[in-house]
Design a protein around this ligand. Structure first.
Ligand SMILES: [Zn+2]
Length: 152
C-alpha cells in the first residue's frame, strides 16, 4: 500500500514525466536546502513544507534509478486505477496478442480489450473493451528514443 504517504514525485516537487536529469537536479537542489549538515538557519525561505531528509533520500533512491522508477510508476498507477475502479485488471503487454495496429486481450464478455501502438506511444495505457464498458490497464516498458546518457 502506498497509502497516505506522499509519493516520491511530490516529495521531489516534480512531475511524473520529469526526465532523469530533472529528477537529479530537483534532488540536489532540495538536499542542499534541507540536509542536516548544510542547512543554514538564516537562508531558509520556506513556503515549502518541512521535508524529511529521509523521505527525500528514499524518493531519490527510487526515482534516481530508471529501473526502480519504472517499477514504482507501474505500481503507483496500477494501484491508483484499481482503487478508483477505473480498470478491471492489469495485464502485462507480454500476455497480450499482437494485432495489426496494436495488442488485444480477451474480455470476459467475449469482446476484446484493444490498445493501439499509437496510444502507447502517447503514454496511454488503458485498453477499453470493444464490446462492453470494461477497461484494463496495460503494463509495458516505456522505450525512450534517446540513448541513455550518463554524465561522468
Ligand atoms: Zn468486454
Amino acid at each position: 500500500m502506498l497509502g497516505n504517504a506522499k509519493d516520491h514525485y511530490t516529495v521531489l516537487g516534480i512531475h511524473r514525466t520529469a526526465t532523469q536529469e530533472q529528477i537529479k537536479r530537483a534532488y540536489y537542489a532540495l538536499s542542499r536546502l534541507i540536509h542536516p549538515d548544510k542547512k543554514k538557519a538564516t537562508a531558509v525561505d520556506t513556503d515549502k513544507p518541512t521535508l524529511e531528509f529521509h523521505q527525500l533520500s528514499i524518493a531519490w533512491e527510487v526515482l534516481g534509478n530508471p529501473a526502480r522508477r519504472q517499477d514504482y510508476d507501474r505500481a503507483m498507477s496500477a494501484e491508483r486505477n484499481r482503487d478508483r475502479g477505473v480498470v478491471q485488471d492489469t495485464v502485462d503487454l507480454d500476455d497480450m496478442e499482437e494485432e495489426e495496429e496494436g495488442f488485444s486481450y480477451p474480455c470476459r464478455c467475449s469482446g476484446r480489450y484493444i490498445i493501439k501502438e499509437s496510444d502507447m506511444e502517447a503514454g496511454r495505457d488503458i485498453a477499453p473493451c470493444s464490446d462492453c464498458s470494461l477497461k484494463i490497464q496495460v503494463l509495458f516498458d516505456i522505450v525512450s528514443d534517446d540513448e541513455e546518457t550518463r554524465d561522468n
